[in-house]
Write a protein that binds this ligand. Structure first.
Ligand code: HEC
Length: 168
C-alpha cells in the first residue's frame, strides 16, 4: 500500500533520507546508449564481415608508400611507372622474401629441400617451367605441397615462381 502510494510522488523518504526519483531516464542518455550500441555493432560488423584483414590493410599502405617513395623517381606521382610491370630484379627480390616466409620451412634455406622437394634440381617431378611451377604453388601437389592460391595474390605467386626457377 505504502509503496504504491509513494510511487505517485517525485520524492521518496527512506528512513529520513530523501530520494529524488526522476521518473524517466533523460532522453540524451538513451540516445547515447542506443547510439553506442548501433555504432558498436556496425564497427564490429565492418571488421568481421567486410573482408578486411590486417595483412590487406598493411599491403595497401605499403603499396601506396612504395608508389610515392621510389628512390629513382624524382616526380612522386609518376603514375605510369607505378602501374608498370615490376622489373625482373624486383620480381626476384619479392619472390625471395616470400620464399623465406612461406616456403623455407619445407624446402630449405636455399631450396635444397627437406620436408619438401629439392627445388635446385634441373628437372622437377611436375615440370620445371613457369606454368607447371605456378600450378604447383597455386594449386598444391598431392605429396604434401600445400596450395597457396587462396592466400597469395597472382603477383606474389608470379614472384615466387620466378624465384623458384632462378634456383640452381
Ligand atoms: C608444408 C611443407 C611445404 C611448404 C610450406 C611448401 N612446400 Fe612446396 N612442396 C612440398 C612437398 C612435400 C612437395 C612434393 C609434392 C609432391 O611430390 O607431390 C612440394 C613440391 C613443390 C613443388 C613441385 C616440385 C616438383 O618436383 O615438381 C614446387 C615448385 C614447390 N613445392 C614450391 C613451393 C613454394 C614456392 C612454396 C612457398 C610458397 C612451397 N613449395 C611451400 C612441401 C611444401
Amino acid at each position: 500500500m505504502l509503496e504504491k502510494h509513494q510511487h505517485h510522488h517525485d520524492t521518496r523518504d527512506f528512513d529520513g533520507i530523501t530520494d529524488n526519483r526522476a521518473s524517466k531516464v533523460p532522453w540524451y542518455f538513451s540516445a547515447l546508449f542506443f547510439g553506442l550500441l548501433i555504432w558498436g555493432g556496425a564497427y564490429m560488423g565492418y571488421y568481421l564481415f567486410s573482408g578486411w584483414t590486417q595483412e590487406g590493410e598493411f599491403g595497401q599502405k605499403m603499396a601506396a608508400y612504395e608508389a610515392t617513395h621510389r628512390p629513382e623517381s624524382t616526380a612522386p606521382a609518376a603514375a605510369p611507372s607505378s602501374v608498370a610491370q615490376p622489373s625482373q630484379e624486383e620480381l626476384l627480390a619479392k619472390g625471395a622474401t616470400l620464399y623465406g616466409k612461406r616456403c623455407r620451412a619445407c624446402h630449405g634455406n636455399d631450396g635444397k629441400g627437406g620436408v619438401g622437394s629439392d627445388l635446385t634440381q634441373a628437372a622437377y617431378h611436375y615440370g620445371r617451367d613457369l606454368q607447371s611451377v605456378t600450378q604447383s604453388i597455386a594449386g598444391g601437389r598431392p605429396g604434401g605441397m600445400p596450395a597457396f592460391g587462396e592466400q597469395l595474390s597472382a603477383g606474389e605467386i608470379q614472384a615466387l615462381a620466378a624465384h623458384v626457377l632462378s634456383l640452381e
